[in-house]
Design a protein around this ligand. Structure first.
Ligand code: PNS
Length: 168
């Protein structure tokens, strides 16, 4: 009798900060795969607003409700990290056609590096297809309302960070 394989997937990204779009993908990924590792890229060339440690904390605060979801961080090549974690799938979200080119390039490069690892794309929920961490940060810093775009705990952290920046 053949046994169903246990599939571990990595959901990699910057998550600076996590948005409700990311959270929707995590929820759906947790239903699709046996084990989902949400992993934050270290050594990001982009100047992040939150440190990797803060982002790990923020992610853990919101994903603890999914028992098969783990939060981690990585550096170096994503496919090497995936292989070390015995993951066979890379999960990525696509919001709009504009995401496609970048995602295709990454998926093809990753396949060339390690063909045994498959990239799986999920279409973003239509309610979140316009959200990005970059836009959330911009709108928030200019006083716009971001309620419903990020988890409440992230909104609180953004508030604290902005107040600190203003008083610094
Ligand atoms: O949320 P992001 O910023 O779009 O995530 C990009 C990420 C982390 C998936 C990508 O930059 C990445 O995988 N970096 C690790 C380095 C690597 O493996 N590069 C070759 C893949 S094309």
């Amino acid at each position: 009798m053949s046994r169903k394989p246990h599939v571990t997937a990595i959901y990699p990204g910057s998550f600076d900060p996590i948005t409700n779009g990311h959270l929707d993908l995590i929820q759906r990924g947790s239903r699709t795969f046996d084990h989902l590792i949400v992993s934050i890229l270290r050594n990001d060339a982009k100047q992040p607003l939150f440190s990797v440690e803060e982002r790990v904390e923020m992610l853990r605060e919101v994903v603890h409700v999914y028992p098969n979801v783990e939060v981690d961080s990585f550096d170096g090549l994503l496919v090497d990290y995936a292989s070390a974690r015995q993951a066979t799938v890379l999960l990525r979200g696509i919001r709009a056609i504009s995401d496609y080119e970048y995602e295709l390039q990454m998926a093809l490069m990753n396949r060339r590096l390690r063909p045994e690892i498959e990239t799986v794309f999920m279409m973003a929920h239509e309610a979140y297809s316009f959200i990005s961490s970059r836009l959330v940060k911009q709108v928030f810093s200019l006083g716009g309302n971001i309620a419903g775009l990020v988890p409440p705990s992230v909104e609180e952290r953004l508030n604290t960070r902005l107040t600190k920046q203003k008083t610094a």
